[in-house]
Design a protein around this ligand. Structure first.
Ligand SMILES: Nc1ncnc2c1ncn2[C@@H]1O[C@H](COP(=O)(O)OP(=O)(O)O)[C@@H](O)[C@H]1O
Ligand SMILES: [Mg+2]
Length: 332
Protein backbone atom coordinates (compact mmCIF):
# COMPACT_ATOMS: atom_id res chain seq x y z
CA UNK A 1 0.00 0.00 0.00
CA UNK A 2 0.96 3.68 -0.24
CA UNK A 3 2.51 4.87 2.99
CA UNK A 4 3.39 8.51 3.59
CA UNK A 5 6.16 8.83 6.18
CA UNK A 6 5.49 12.16 7.88
CA UNK A 7 8.20 13.70 10.04
CA UNK A 8 8.91 17.15 11.38
CA UNK A 9 11.10 19.44 9.35
CA UNK A 10 14.52 19.76 11.02
CA UNK A 11 16.30 23.10 10.93
CA UNK A 12 19.91 23.03 9.68
CA UNK A 13 22.28 22.95 12.63
CA UNK A 14 19.67 21.45 14.99
CA UNK A 15 21.00 19.28 17.82
CA UNK A 16 21.21 15.47 17.66
CA UNK A 17 17.92 15.11 19.58
CA UNK A 18 16.11 16.92 16.75
CA UNK A 19 18.13 15.30 13.90
CA UNK A 20 17.15 11.87 15.24
CA UNK A 21 13.74 12.00 13.56
CA UNK A 22 15.50 11.96 10.17
CA UNK A 23 17.30 8.75 11.12
CA UNK A 24 13.95 7.22 12.10
CA UNK A 25 12.27 8.38 8.89
CA UNK A 26 15.06 6.87 6.75
CA UNK A 27 15.10 3.56 8.63
CA UNK A 28 11.31 3.19 8.65
CA UNK A 29 11.06 4.08 4.96
CA UNK A 30 13.59 1.32 4.15
CA UNK A 31 11.72 -1.18 6.33
CA UNK A 32 8.41 -0.28 4.67
CA UNK A 33 9.97 -0.76 1.22
CA UNK A 34 11.35 -4.17 2.23
CA UNK A 35 7.78 -5.05 3.24
CA UNK A 36 6.63 -4.18 -0.28
CA UNK A 37 4.96 -0.82 0.44
CA UNK A 38 5.30 2.28 -1.76
CA UNK A 39 6.80 5.05 0.39
CA UNK A 40 6.79 8.86 0.16
CA UNK A 41 8.43 11.10 2.74
CA UNK A 42 6.92 14.45 3.71
CA UNK A 43 8.45 17.01 6.10
CA UNK A 44 5.89 18.84 8.26
CA UNK A 45 6.16 22.46 9.33
CA UNK A 46 3.73 25.18 10.41
CA UNK A 47 2.37 25.59 6.86
CA UNK A 48 -0.31 23.01 7.58
CA UNK A 49 -2.46 23.61 4.49
CA UNK A 50 0.51 23.15 2.16
CA UNK A 51 1.75 20.04 3.99
CA UNK A 52 -1.74 18.51 4.03
CA UNK A 53 -2.10 19.00 0.30
CA UNK A 54 1.33 17.38 -0.26
CA UNK A 55 0.22 14.44 1.89
CA UNK A 56 -3.01 14.13 -0.11
CA UNK A 57 -1.10 14.10 -3.42
CA UNK A 58 0.76 10.97 -2.24
CA UNK A 59 -2.67 9.25 -1.93
CA UNK A 60 -1.67 7.46 1.25
CA UNK A 61 -3.51 4.43 2.56
CA UNK A 62 -1.79 5.32 5.86
CA UNK A 63 0.42 8.12 7.15
CA UNK A 64 3.32 6.86 9.27
CA UNK A 65 3.37 9.64 11.86
CA UNK A 66 6.83 10.51 13.16
CA UNK A 67 6.14 14.17 13.94
CA UNK A 68 7.76 14.89 17.31
CA UNK A 69 7.69 18.66 17.31
CA UNK A 70 6.84 21.67 15.15
CA UNK A 71 8.91 24.84 14.84
CA UNK A 72 11.15 23.44 17.59
CA UNK A 73 8.27 22.98 20.05
CA UNK A 74 7.34 19.52 21.34
CA UNK A 75 4.13 21.10 22.68
CA UNK A 76 2.76 21.01 19.10
CA UNK A 77 3.17 17.23 18.73
CA UNK A 78 -0.58 16.65 18.37
CA UNK A 79 -1.24 19.19 15.60
CA UNK A 80 -0.80 16.93 12.54
CA UNK A 81 -2.61 13.97 14.14
CA UNK A 82 -5.53 16.36 14.85
CA UNK A 83 -5.55 17.55 11.23
CA UNK A 84 -5.33 13.99 9.87
CA UNK A 85 -8.24 12.96 12.11
CA UNK A 86 -10.27 15.93 10.87
CA UNK A 87 -9.78 15.00 7.20
CA UNK A 88 -10.10 11.23 7.79
CA UNK A 89 -6.62 10.06 6.77
CA UNK A 90 -5.50 7.08 8.88
CA UNK A 91 -2.19 7.42 10.66
CA UNK A 92 -0.01 5.25 12.86
CA UNK A 93 0.36 5.51 16.60
CA UNK A 94 -1.76 7.29 19.14
CA UNK A 95 -4.60 9.76 18.56
CA UNK A 96 -4.16 13.53 18.74
CA UNK A 97 -5.83 13.55 22.17
CA UNK A 98 -3.56 10.82 23.57
CA UNK A 99 -0.45 12.58 22.22
CA UNK A 100 -1.54 15.88 23.74
CA UNK A 101 -2.46 14.41 27.13
CA UNK A 102 0.73 12.37 27.49
CA UNK A 103 3.22 14.85 26.08
CA UNK A 104 2.17 17.56 28.55
CA UNK A 105 3.71 15.97 31.62
CA UNK A 106 1.74 18.12 34.07
CA UNK A 107 -1.60 17.10 32.54
CA UNK A 108 -0.46 13.47 32.29
CA UNK A 109 0.51 13.47 35.98
CA UNK A 110 -2.90 14.81 37.00
CA UNK A 111 -4.66 12.13 34.96
CA UNK A 112 -2.38 9.44 36.37
CA UNK A 113 -3.18 10.61 39.90
CA UNK A 114 -6.93 10.34 39.12
CA UNK A 115 -6.39 6.81 37.78
CA UNK A 116 -4.29 5.84 40.84
CA UNK A 117 -1.21 5.25 38.66
CA UNK A 118 1.77 6.16 40.87
CA UNK A 119 3.74 9.18 39.64
CA UNK A 120 6.13 11.21 41.82
CA UNK A 121 4.78 14.21 43.74
CA UNK A 122 5.34 17.54 42.02
CA UNK A 123 5.02 21.31 42.27
CA UNK A 124 4.01 23.35 39.23
CA UNK A 125 6.61 26.14 39.10
CA UNK A 126 4.33 28.27 36.92
CA UNK A 127 1.79 28.39 39.72
CA UNK A 128 2.70 31.47 41.81
CA UNK A 129 0.82 29.97 44.78
CA UNK A 130 2.70 26.66 44.65
CA UNK A 131 4.02 25.71 48.06
CA UNK A 132 6.34 22.98 49.25
CA UNK A 133 4.65 20.37 51.41
CA UNK A 134 7.26 17.58 51.33
CA UNK A 135 10.83 18.92 51.20
CA UNK A 136 13.64 16.78 49.79
CA UNK A 137 15.68 15.97 46.70
CA UNK A 138 13.85 16.99 43.53
CA UNK A 139 14.40 17.21 39.79
CA UNK A 140 13.47 20.20 37.64
CA UNK A 141 11.78 19.09 34.39
CA UNK A 142 10.19 20.69 31.37
CA UNK A 143 6.42 20.17 31.16
CA UNK A 144 6.39 19.64 27.40
CA UNK A 145 9.91 19.08 26.03
CA UNK A 146 11.23 15.55 25.60
CA UNK A 147 14.42 13.65 24.86
CA UNK A 148 15.95 15.18 28.02
CA UNK A 149 16.24 18.59 26.34
CA UNK A 150 17.78 20.93 28.94
CA UNK A 151 18.07 18.15 31.53
CA UNK A 152 21.47 17.82 33.21
CA UNK A 153 22.89 16.98 36.63
CA UNK A 154 22.24 20.49 37.98
CA UNK A 155 18.48 19.89 37.55
CA UNK A 156 18.64 17.64 40.63
CA UNK A 157 18.29 20.05 43.56
CA UNK A 158 17.31 20.18 47.21
CA UNK A 159 13.97 21.93 47.67
CA UNK A 160 13.32 22.57 51.34
CA UNK A 161 11.02 25.57 51.26
CA UNK A 162 8.78 27.70 49.07
CA UNK A 163 11.74 30.11 48.82
CA UNK A 164 13.86 27.30 47.30
CA UNK A 165 11.09 26.67 44.76
CA UNK A 166 11.07 30.37 43.88
CA UNK A 167 14.88 30.31 43.48
CA UNK A 168 14.57 27.29 41.16
CA UNK A 169 11.91 29.13 39.16
CA UNK A 170 14.38 31.97 38.58
CA UNK A 171 17.43 29.78 37.93
CA UNK A 172 15.76 27.56 35.34
CA UNK A 173 13.60 30.24 33.67
CA UNK A 174 15.63 30.08 30.44
CA UNK A 175 16.69 26.43 30.54
CA UNK A 176 13.93 24.64 28.66
CA UNK A 177 12.68 25.37 25.13
CA UNK A 178 9.12 25.82 26.40
CA UNK A 179 8.76 28.05 29.44
CA UNK A 180 6.67 25.59 31.46
CA UNK A 181 8.55 23.47 33.93
CA UNK A 182 8.02 21.83 37.28
CA UNK A 183 9.69 20.33 40.33
CA UNK A 184 9.27 16.58 40.82
CA UNK A 185 10.28 14.40 43.77
CA UNK A 186 13.53 12.65 42.81
CA UNK A 187 13.26 8.84 42.95
CA UNK A 188 16.82 7.70 43.59
CA UNK A 189 16.39 4.02 42.69
CA UNK A 190 16.54 1.82 39.58
CA UNK A 191 15.26 2.98 36.16
CA UNK A 192 13.14 0.90 33.75
CA UNK A 193 11.60 1.34 30.30
CA UNK A 194 8.51 -0.72 29.41
CA UNK A 195 7.65 -0.81 25.71
CA UNK A 196 4.18 -1.82 24.51
CA UNK A 197 3.22 -2.98 21.00
CA UNK A 198 -0.33 -3.35 19.69
CA UNK A 199 -1.11 -6.85 18.45
CA UNK A 200 -3.89 -9.21 17.45
CA UNK A 201 -4.59 -10.02 21.10
CA UNK A 202 -4.40 -6.37 22.25
CA UNK A 203 -1.41 -4.49 23.66
CA UNK A 204 1.64 -6.65 24.36
CA UNK A 205 4.26 -5.54 26.88
CA UNK A 206 7.70 -6.22 25.39
CA UNK A 207 10.80 -7.30 27.32
CA UNK A 208 11.34 -4.82 30.19
CA UNK A 209 14.64 -2.93 30.03
CA UNK A 210 16.65 -1.57 32.94
CA UNK A 211 18.99 1.37 32.51
CA UNK A 212 22.18 0.54 34.40
CA UNK A 213 24.09 3.53 35.76
CA UNK A 214 27.79 2.89 36.40
CA UNK A 215 30.65 5.15 37.53
CA UNK A 216 28.31 8.06 38.26
CA UNK A 217 30.08 8.67 41.58
CA UNK A 218 28.53 11.68 43.29
CA UNK A 219 26.71 12.85 40.16
CA UNK A 220 22.96 12.16 40.13
CA UNK A 221 22.17 9.01 38.15
CA UNK A 222 19.81 10.34 35.48
CA UNK A 223 19.44 9.90 31.73
CA UNK A 224 20.00 13.57 30.98
CA UNK A 225 20.79 15.22 27.63
CA UNK A 226 24.45 14.10 27.58
CA UNK A 227 23.50 10.51 28.50
CA UNK A 228 21.06 10.40 25.57
CA UNK A 229 22.91 12.33 22.88
CA UNK A 230 26.62 13.02 23.56
CA UNK A 231 28.15 9.71 22.50
CA UNK A 232 31.61 10.49 23.88
CA UNK A 233 30.39 11.76 27.28
CA UNK A 234 30.89 9.68 30.45
CA UNK A 235 27.13 9.91 31.05
CA UNK A 236 26.42 8.28 27.65
CA UNK A 237 29.07 5.58 28.04
CA UNK A 238 27.98 4.76 31.59
CA UNK A 239 24.24 4.30 30.97
CA UNK A 240 23.70 0.87 29.44
CA UNK A 241 20.45 -0.93 28.71
CA UNK A 242 20.03 -4.41 30.23
CA UNK A 243 17.39 -7.10 29.71
CA UNK A 244 18.89 -9.52 32.26
CA UNK A 245 16.85 -10.11 35.41
CA UNK A 246 16.96 -12.67 38.20
CA UNK A 247 14.05 -14.43 39.87
CA UNK A 248 14.08 -11.88 42.68
CA UNK A 249 12.88 -9.25 40.19
CA UNK A 250 9.85 -11.19 38.93
CA UNK A 251 7.32 -9.52 41.25
CA UNK A 252 8.70 -6.07 40.46
CA UNK A 253 8.58 -6.77 36.71
CA UNK A 254 4.94 -7.83 37.02
CA UNK A 255 4.05 -4.61 38.80
CA UNK A 256 5.90 -2.57 36.15
CA UNK A 257 3.99 -4.37 33.40
CA UNK A 258 0.66 -3.81 35.15
CA UNK A 259 1.38 -0.08 35.57
CA UNK A 260 2.48 0.23 31.91
CA UNK A 261 -0.75 -1.43 30.74
CA UNK A 262 -2.77 0.83 33.06
CA UNK A 263 -1.17 3.82 31.29
CA UNK A 264 -2.03 2.30 27.89
CA UNK A 265 -5.66 1.88 28.89
CA UNK A 266 -6.07 5.17 30.75
CA UNK A 267 -4.69 7.26 27.89
CA UNK A 268 -6.25 5.12 25.13
CA UNK A 269 -2.86 4.58 23.50
CA UNK A 270 -2.56 2.85 20.13
CA UNK A 271 0.11 1.21 18.00
CA UNK A 272 3.15 1.52 20.25
CA UNK A 273 4.29 3.32 23.38
CA UNK A 274 6.99 3.31 26.06
CA UNK A 275 6.57 4.09 29.74
CA UNK A 276 9.58 5.29 31.77
CA UNK A 277 9.81 4.34 35.45
CA UNK A 278 11.97 4.73 38.51
CA UNK A 279 11.65 2.27 41.40
CA UNK A 280 12.13 3.45 44.97
CA UNK A 281 13.89 1.82 47.91
CA UNK A 282 10.67 -0.05 48.80
CA UNK A 283 10.52 -1.59 45.29
CA UNK A 284 7.58 0.65 44.36
CA UNK A 285 7.43 1.72 40.68
CA UNK A 286 6.78 5.38 39.83
CA UNK A 287 5.85 6.50 36.32
CA UNK A 288 8.11 9.35 35.16
CA UNK A 289 6.44 9.78 31.79
CA UNK A 290 4.43 8.12 29.06
CA UNK A 291 5.92 8.29 25.56
CA UNK A 292 3.02 7.85 23.13
CA UNK A 293 5.41 8.11 20.16
CA UNK A 294 8.75 6.73 21.37
CA UNK A 295 11.75 6.73 19.06
CA UNK A 296 11.59 3.82 16.60
CA UNK A 297 15.20 3.85 15.37
CA UNK A 298 17.00 0.53 15.39
CA UNK A 299 19.36 1.44 18.23
CA UNK A 300 16.68 3.00 20.51
CA UNK A 301 14.88 1.35 23.40
CA UNK A 302 11.64 0.35 21.67
CA UNK A 303 13.22 -1.69 18.85
CA UNK A 304 15.74 -3.15 21.30
CA UNK A 305 12.88 -4.39 23.50
CA UNK A 306 11.04 -5.72 20.44
CA UNK A 307 14.17 -7.58 19.32
CA UNK A 308 14.55 -9.04 22.80
CA UNK A 309 10.93 -10.24 22.55
CA UNK A 310 11.62 -11.92 19.19
CA UNK A 311 10.22 -9.26 16.83
CA UNK A 312 12.26 -8.02 13.87
CA UNK A 313 11.73 -4.36 12.87
CA UNK A 314 9.59 -5.53 9.91
CA UNK A 315 7.17 -7.31 12.28
CA UNK A 316 6.98 -4.22 14.51
CA UNK A 317 6.25 -1.90 11.60
CA UNK A 318 3.59 -4.25 10.17
CA UNK A 319 1.83 -4.39 13.54
CA UNK A 320 1.89 -0.60 13.88
CA UNK A 321 0.44 -0.21 10.36
CA UNK A 322 -2.19 -2.83 11.07
CA UNK A 323 -3.32 -1.02 14.25
CA UNK A 324 -3.72 2.22 12.24
CA UNK A 325 -5.81 0.54 9.56
CA UNK A 326 -7.97 -1.31 12.12
CA UNK A 327 -8.64 1.97 13.94
CA UNK A 328 -9.75 3.62 10.70
CA UNK A 329 -12.06 0.69 9.88
CA UNK A 330 -13.59 1.02 13.35
CA UNK A 331 -14.46 4.72 12.87
CA UNK A 332 -15.71 4.50 9.25
N1 LIG B 1 11.35 11.99 39.33
C1 LIG B 1 12.49 11.52 38.88
N2 LIG B 1 13.32 10.84 39.68
C2 LIG B 1 14.51 10.37 39.24
N3 LIG B 1 14.95 10.55 37.97
C3 LIG B 1 14.16 11.22 37.11
C4 LIG B 1 12.89 11.72 37.52
N4 LIG B 1 12.33 12.35 36.45
C5 LIG B 1 13.21 12.23 35.44
N5 LIG B 1 14.31 11.56 35.83
C6 LIG B 1 15.48 11.25 35.01
O1 LIG B 1 15.47 12.09 33.87
C7 LIG B 1 15.31 11.32 32.66
C8 LIG B 1 14.39 12.03 31.69
O2 LIG B 1 13.14 12.27 32.30
P1 LIG B 1 11.78 11.91 31.63
O3 LIG B 1 10.70 12.30 32.57
O4 LIG B 1 11.79 10.48 31.18
O5 LIG B 1 11.72 12.92 30.40
P2 LIG B 1 12.19 12.86 28.87
O6 LIG B 1 12.74 11.48 28.60
O7 LIG B 1 10.94 13.16 28.13
O8 LIG B 1 13.18 13.95 28.72
C9 LIG B 1 14.76 9.97 33.14
O9 LIG B 1 15.10 8.95 32.22
C10 LIG B 1 15.43 9.81 34.50
O10 LIG B 1 16.76 9.33 34.38
MG1 LIG C 1 11.97 9.63 29.23
Amino acid sequence: MNVCVLHNNVAPGAGPDEQDVLVQAAEISETLKRLGHAVCRVAADLDCAQVLSTIRRTQPAVVFNLVESLAGSDALIHVYPALLEAVGIPFTGSSAAALFLTSDKLIAKRLMACAVIPTPAHIDLNDPLACVSAPGTCIIKSATEHASAGLEADCVVEIGSTADAAAARRKFAQRFRSGRFFVEAFIAGREFNLSILDGPGGPEVLAPAEIMFTNFGDRPAIVGYSAKWSESSPEYINTQRSFAFGDTDLTLLESLKAAALACWREFSLRGYARVDFRVDAHNRPWVLEINANPCLSIDAGFMAAAGQSGYAPEAVIERILHAAVLKQEAVS
